[in-house]
Unconditional design. Structure first.
Ligand SMILES: NC(=O)C1=CN([C@@H]2O[C@H](COP(=O)(O)OP(=O)(O)OC[C@H]3O[C@@H](n4cnc5c(N)ncnc54)[C@H](OP(=O)(O)O)[C@@H]3O)[C@@H](O)[C@H]2O)C=CC1
Ligand SMILES: O=C(CO)COP(=O)(O)O
Length: 337
């Protein structure tokens, strides 16, 4: 039994604490408000972010940063907080310990992947990335889930050894770029499938957005150095499926409300948790222009979210684009590389 820590006590940090406790560790679940953490400790439940999930006895809800002095530290803060959080915890981490980022996004402004942000801020630590189809509500209830950890081979295997349980199966993948970009970009497509649902469209439209969405995720991902086949894996198509279809997805739910005509500010307040696809849409759109990559769905998401475009017209614009050849595009992407 070893000591591990989870930094960030939202829905994902709480669910991953359950996984780590199930794996036999003593887990410090570290949040930033002592009153909230005390309540979680007393109730054995994170009623605000993960209601209904009982936290096993191996989890210690706390604000004590000295407990970050552990063999493994799981980072579960929203993508926009990763750099700031890394700066805050840096001096408490054991040199050489593994830091696993679980946020799905990129940094605004720099457009860095989050493992790059962590590598800049925590040069003394080994950085890994955990991604894949995994909603906290199901992971916290021990429902069978598969994810992927990306890092150098040794670090990825160490995370697999430390975190895998009979209910939480972890694959390794050395393609950090592909795994991270798959996880960040699927949120944009989930917002779009939600919008389509909110507009009253059906499963055909959703399948179209998911399939063509995957094509543009892979185009940008490969241009950034990801392996094409990673996008056919857990952090690509796997996470795309769950986020575009699950009632738990905050991105999908936000999209539904947007499609129903509710303004973005109100939608974000109502969801009450992080909706990563909003920031990711702006970053992905900017990257697509910078790299000259065709990302028509992401472009329409950007226009709806930030330029007040009518989502119904956005769908028409997508349907009326010039004629394309599906197989030629797939060959161009070199899936079998
Ligand atoms: N929920 C899920 O099913 C999954 C989520 N993820 C990813 O995990 C990341 C976190 O999401 P999730 O837990 O769902 O988000 P939530 O909105 O549920 O919770 C976010 C948590 O992060 C805390 N937080 C925010 N900023 C900081 C900071 N600077 N320092 C410390 N804590 C901070 C918040 O605290 P406070 O209340 O004080 O603001 C809150 O506890 C996201 O990138 C998401 O995409 C990945 C897979 C599954
Ligand atoms: O990444 C996730 C599931 O794999 C969580 O998605 P949402 O943030 O849309 O809830």
């Amino acid at each position: 039994m070893s000591n591990v820590a989870v930094y960030g006590a939202g829905s994902w940090g709480s669910a991953l604490s359950v996984v780590l406790a199930n794996a036999g560790h003593q887990v410090a679940l570290i949040g930033r408000h002592s009153d909230e953490m005390e309540l979680i400790r007393k109730q054995r439940e994170n009623a605000r972010y993960l209601p209904g999930v009982v936290l096993p006895p191996g989890i210690q809800p706390t604000t004590d940063l000295t407990l970050l002095n552990a063999e493994l530290v799981v980072f579960s803060v929203p993508s926009h907080s990763v750099r700031q959080a890394a700066r805050l915890v840096k001096d408490y981490l054991k040199p050489g310990c593994i830091v696993v980022n679980t946020a799905k996004g990129m940094e605004e402004g720099s457009h860095l992947r989050l493992s790059e942000v962590l590598a800049e801020e925590l040069p003394q630590n080994r950085i890994a990335v955990l991604s894949g189809p995994s909603h906290a509500e199901e992971v916290g209830r021990n429902m069978p889930t598969t994810v992927v950890v990306a890092s150098d081979v040794e670090t990825a295997k160490a995370v697999q050894d430390l975190m895998m349980t009979p209910e939480f199966r972890i694959y390794t993948n050395p393609d950090v770029i592909g795994v991270e970009l798959g996880g960040a970009l699927k949120n944009v497509i989930a917002l779009c499938t939600g919008i389509a649902e909110g507009l009253g469209f059906g499963d055909n439209t959703k399948a179209a957005l998911m399939t063509r969405g995957l094509a543009e995720i892979a185009r940008l991902g490969v241009a950034q150095g990801g392996h094409p086949l990673t996008f056919a894996g857990l952090s690509g198509v796997g996470d795309l499926i769950v986020t575009c279809t699950s009632p738990h997805s905050r991105n999908r739910r936000a999209g539904v409300a947007l499609g129903q005509g509710i303004p973005l500010d109100t939608v974000l307040k109502d969801v009450g948790m992080v909706v990563e696809g909003v920031k990711a849409a702006r970053i992905a759109y900017q990257l697509s222009i910078e790299k000259d990559i065709s990302m028509p769905i992401t472009e329409q998401a950007y226009r709806v979210l930030f330029e007040g475009a009518d989502p119904r017209i956005a769908v028409t614009d997508l349907m009326m684009r010039g004629k394309r050849h599906e197989l030629e595009e797939i060959v161009e992407l070199n899936w079998l590389n």
